[in-house]
Design a protein around this ligand. Sequence first.
Ligand code: NAD
Ligand code: TYD
Length: 353
Amino acid sequence: MEKNTRKNILITGGVGFIGSHVVRQFVTKYGDYHIFNLDALTYAGNLENLKDIEKAPNYTFVKGDITDADFINHLFFQNSFDGVIHLAAESHVDRSITNPLSFVRTNVLGTVNLLNASLELAKDNPNFLFYHISTDEVFGSLGKDGFFTENTSYDPNSPYSASKASSDHFVRAYGETYKLPFVISNCSNNYGPNQFPEKLIPLFINNIIQNKPLPVYGDGNYTRDWLFVKDHAKAIDLIFHEGNRGETYNVGGFNEWKNIDLTQLLCRLMDKKLNRQEGASEKLITFVKDRPGHDLRYAIDATKINQELGWKPSVTFEEGLEKTIDWYFDNQEWLDHVTSGDYLEYYKKQYQA
Ligand code: NAD
Ligand code: TYD
């Protein structure tokens, strides 16, 4: 079986939110693999996310930047990886609006550097695989009905989604032009432990704890499809081992929520957790200026991965949210660490909290 021949694996962005769950899944499940975790430790990358496995004998952390082609070529030459699972990226839409170029650098140039280095290794290793992790945001915005399938045309609206769409195209182009074996997955919004508190769910949990306003963009009627991060990590494991080369897989939670309804649900759960009076957290909801180019609705049709690979989400939204809230309560020190410095400056500028 091909899967047993790919044991020396590079995961990029592995101390970020999703990456840390993917690294843990691989390091703990596959004791005979060696997992290299390459991460530049930007504001979003935190070594604390993997403290529990940092001493595992089948794990090596490498600090480095995917935009540095010489460094990447050297790393690939030295370690002859059998496979790459590429998650490193600038990932926050709001930051892409204020600083699009850093998204072009990391998401486009960084990906092309990894592809070039992969070509060298693929020449001598017929089982080599480049697995690119992408987002449903490349498909643009849905109206009230319908779902994104693997055949939906790309139509990105934000600098973030444009940079991810571009990187997806490069991966596919390297497959066509140079026959690089690849697979791509496009996933919906993730939530769960270790997510940097600038994205909706962890930002609002943190703000409720601190009694700060909850900035809901526009009228709050925007819809996202939420998936618990550990279910995404399991899908990535499955696609890496069983997915068909040259194909793409959509991954989603079948779990659509309007932002305002999700915010109200979070408020109710947090009131219980904090023993606050019912309705106390809802008073923090503040409607603010809308995000420019805000996509109305994302919703994934995950039939292909379900039927071909047998994947489906294992955690209900209620269970996932409770686990997430509990994690942020039990890890206030983590929250304190990541919310100092760059993040605070950014947050203050945006909302004058
Ligand atoms: P994240 O921002 O939490 O983590 C990104 C990681 O990449 C960080 O550890 C950071 O230090 C690292 N990184 C950034 N620039 C780098 C560089 N130049 N060189 C090396 N490392 C660098 O992101 P995330 O939410 O975990 O997303 C991971 C991937 O999954 C991204 O490719 C993202 O587009 C994709 N994705 C995310 C979601 C989501 O809901 N968060 C959904 C679908 C797909
Ligand atoms: P976000 O977590 O940034 O993910 P994405 O933009 O990649 O979907 O945002 C999720 C939704 O929540 C999106 O519709 C924007 C909205 N949102 C707010 O209303 N307020 C906020 O403070 C944030 C961060 C997001």
